[in-house]
Design a protein around this ligand. Sequence first.
Ligand code: AMP
Ligand code: ZN
Length: 466
Amino acid sequence: MALRFYNTLTLDVKPFAPARDNTVRMYTCGPTVYDYAHIGNFRSFVFFDLLRKWLRASGFQLDHVMNITDIDDKIIRNAVAKKQSLAEYTASYTQAFFDDCKLLRLETPEHVARATEHIPQMARAIRELEEKGFTYESEGSIYFRIASFPEYGKLSHNDFSGNRAGARVDVDTYEKDDARDFVLWKAPKEGEPFWNTEVGKGRPGWHIECSVMAIEFLGETLDIHAGGIDLTFPHHENEIAQSESLTGKPFARFWMHAEFLLVEGQKMSKSLGNFFTLRDILEKGYAPETVRYLLTSVPYRKSLNFTFEGLKSAATAIERLRNYQLRLDTARFSAGSNEVLERRTAEANRQFTDALDDDLNTAEALAAVFEYVRETNAAMDAGLFTSGNVEGAKAFLNRFDSIFDVLKPSEKANALPDADIEALVKERTDAKKARNFARSDEIRNRLSAEGVLLEDTKDGVRWKRK
Ligand code: AMP
Ligand code: ZN
């Protein structure tokens, strides 16, 4: 079965291919850089990354835009409180976001677009909406009149036809199910930064930012627009209203939304205070790839409950795969090729593809990998795994890692505690005494992968970190 995705707009799973020239034009809503992102935010970003990698593995090219929201109410409030300019205030959090992305092995989209660098284009779009009769002005701010867009509600599948005419909202996000006319352009308040544009002094609302930058880089109709599930309403609903009113074309063919990362059943969020940043987790001694693994282990459309137990299981799972890889690299297998195992490898590859083609079913894909590892490990123990099977197994593991990207230890991994290193060093010495050189080599490699070097001296083994 071919690649297919669930579409929030149509509420069903449909085959996916880009509309034009084999290139997937994709827009994902990026961070608001008013603070460090938490790992709940990163669940969405890790999902976007997996989506990228699987689209590319499926033979498509990517043209992907992610925005950086570097102007909004919270940013202004915090920057003013710290007596910093907006640019100063957002620079450090933007950098922190990129640092975290790098640690989590997230590819950089083809375009990273900062809202503040596209203000004139936003003013232009608002002017056009005005000219087409979709807006009204009140006290210097400009609002989108949702009654002028009869399809409003089609993404979140709400019937807003009975909404209160003329009710409007100035803030960018709101939880309520009733729709309001939303702000496109905000008049400046005393002491706030503003831009002088063709629609007057002020600053853009959050929603117009994404519509304008998406169309600017990718054209009027995107193949995929993705974000966290909470963005469905009002943010994406508003993006559709603005974009389709401007262009008269469908804004995005596929809408994909990642479910929440939960903590004890509640959404991980800044406002609830139940969040961890990546930094918080790394300080506890976990490697970044462990977080990456955990965040991908549950398919993106299911909520995922964060626990440290879960994080430990993720670390164990990665460890198992690394040990398997090491065994493939270092163990000696008998000559020849076991046909049954060759077929098993082909089957595992098929299962892996089928799972990810099925709306990125990462849990099934991981199950295919672990089942294969379990069976082939058993075949190795039984002496049935032959040298002719090694390449296929390695290729499968590499293929898995080209998407999940967790096998290479992080450079800053030097996180193996001294006690663990010493225990492994002792185990290696014992293995050598027992002439179990396969095991002693395995341990040396493992430690090397962790950045630990061993030196055999006449007084015993000395170790040091690279
Ligand atoms: P923000 O920086 O608040 O604009 O959010 C950035 C992204 O993270 C958005 O796509 C949100 O939908 C997403 N997000 C926020 N909280 C969570 C969570 N607990 N689980 C998954 N995604 C989240
Ligand atoms: Zn957006």
